[in-house]
Design a protein around this ligand. Structure first.
Ligand code: MEV
Length: 447
């Protein structure tokens, strides 16, 4: 039996039992392994269980830090949750490089969030337009029970506009709305308001005297926030005189700066490169978004749409060489919060925010985007000098050696040996085999 209609109602242990017995060859061993990842504190485990549904166990990811991030003159130690080796090391290297050259600067233009009620209505447009001010007042009035708290915190609904979208579909309109959700990401707030707006809209059109009977029907298609928040824009940059770049691996500062600028320009024009280039930026961005309990899918969605805003998918960063200065910058729209949602519930998200000095949403936006910039700097720096595999494989070498139970001495010898050589699983195995064979011969001789 591989399906169970009442599954969601079972206890966690019963769900796990059902899964291991139906999908694994060695149920007892898998049961032990998966329960082994439960938190030893029942109270804490309950917190994790309740984030989602049908939870069986916890899926661990490393929680690391990248120190030395100087942003607008403040030094941060940035928490990062990511499974990919070299990402934290690269972010740290990027941060350290710019720390010695004045650090990163960042500004936030706005924190305005967006959402729409999408609806179909086949009445006379001029009538709806003429009563729209009344409708807007009614919308705000009837959403007061949802907005009262946010209003007190200085946020709330900013604007509600009627947008004609009939070029897409006959009778299609939007209530296009903007919000200030203060330090919260605000998804629940916005969606609750929009759903209330949908109800009010239907009631208003059904009863207002201006409409005749043929115009009373509104079909709500959907009421939902948009994750595209181009106004939540962070601009961040790092710059220094070209000679302050110093010698970078084999390259003099000018050669390096020119290669770097070209690599970024290639990512501006070439979508194949732009995708990987931006993926590298998201390595840093997502890791901090995760560590602070924010929604990385929303951040990714928004960032990629923004990257394609010209009609072509392009690099999110830019590099320039002007008047002897090297400048590396990013524009990135990001909607994240420091209150509400998982930021308050996940014990490690709370600690991440504490580690960052409990920033407000604007500060967190700046920190995250600077990490993306540092990450991209480190990646492109490696790409145009040593190549990316150099750093990657050094990390990989350690993983392989640990996997092969190498001793401290063997690790030291292997690191020296592979300094200039290509690292692969086979090459490391052969090196260790040869080393161990040699030691065996020597031990036998001396015995
Ligand atoms: C690997 O996760 C990310 C990079 O490929 C990014 C890039 O190519 O710029 C190194």
């Amino acid at each position: 039996m591989k399906s169970d209609s009442g599954f969601s109602k079972l206890s966690k242990r019963k769900k796990l039992r059902w899964v291991v017995e139906n999908f694994f060859r060695n149920p007892e061993e898998v049961m032990r392994e998966l329960t082994g990842f439960w938190h030893h504190s029942e109270e804490k485990q309950k917190i994790f269980d309740e984030f989602s549904e049908n939870t069986l166990t916890n899926f661990y990811l490393p929680f690391g830090i990248a120190p030395n991030f100087v942003i607008n003159g403040t030094t941060y130690c940035v928490p990062m949750v990511i499974e990919e080796s070299s990402v934290v090391a690269a972010a740290s290297a990027g941060a350290k490089f710019w720390m010695d050259r004045g650090g990163f600067k960042a500004t936030v233009t706005d924190v305005t969030k967006v959402g729409q009620v999408h609806f179909l209505w086949h009445g006379k447009k001029s009538k709806l337009e003429s009563v729209f001010p009344d409708l807007r007042s009614r919308l705000l009035e009837e959403a007061k029970h949802i907005t009262a708290n946010m209003d007190k915190r200085g946020g709330g609904i900013l604007q509600v506009e009627l947008v004609d979208k009939k070029e897409i579909e006959s009778g299609y309109y939007q209530l296009d709305c903007t919000f200030n959700t203060c330090d919260a990401m605000g998804a629940n707030f916005i969606n609750s308001v929009l759903e209330q707006f949908a109800k009010t809209l239907k009631g208003f059109v059904a009863t207002h005297a201006i409409f005749d009977d043929s115009e009373r029907e509104v079909t709500i298609v959907m009421a939902i926030l948009s994750n595209y928040t181009p106004e939540c824009l962070v601009k961040a940059w790092a710059e220094c005189p070209i000679e302050a770049l110093g010698k970078v691996v084999e390259d003099d500062p000018e050669t390096f700066a020119k290669k770097f600028e070209l690599a970024v320009r290639i990512a501006h024009h070439d979508i194949a490169r732009a995708t990987t280039h931006n993926k590298g930026i998201f390595n840093g961005i997502d890791a901090v978004v995760m560590a602070t309990g924010n929604d990385f899918r929303a951040v990714e969605g928004c960032g990629h749409t923004f990257a394609a805003r010209s009609g072509q998918y392009r690099s999110l960063t830019s590099a320039s060489i002007e008047d002897g200065m090297f400048r590396f910058s990013i524009e990135f729209p990001i909607a994240v919060g420091t209150v509400g949602g998982l930021t308050n519930l996940h014990p490690l998200a709370k600690r991440s925010l504490e580690l960052l000095g409990n920033p407000n949403a604007k500060e967190l936006m700046q920190i995250i985007v600077c990490v993306g910039l540092a990450q991209n700097f480190a990646a492109v720096k490696s790409l145009v000098t040593t190549g990316i595999q150099f750093g990657h494989m050094k990390m990989h070498l350690m993983n392989i050696l640990i996997h092969m139970n190498a001793t401290k001495e063997e690790i030291q010898l292997a690191v020296e040996h592979f300094n200039e050589k290509t690292i692969s699983f086979t090459a490391v195995r052969e090196f260790l085999d040869a080393l161990r064979a040699e030691n065996l011969i020597q031990n036998t001789k001396s015995a």
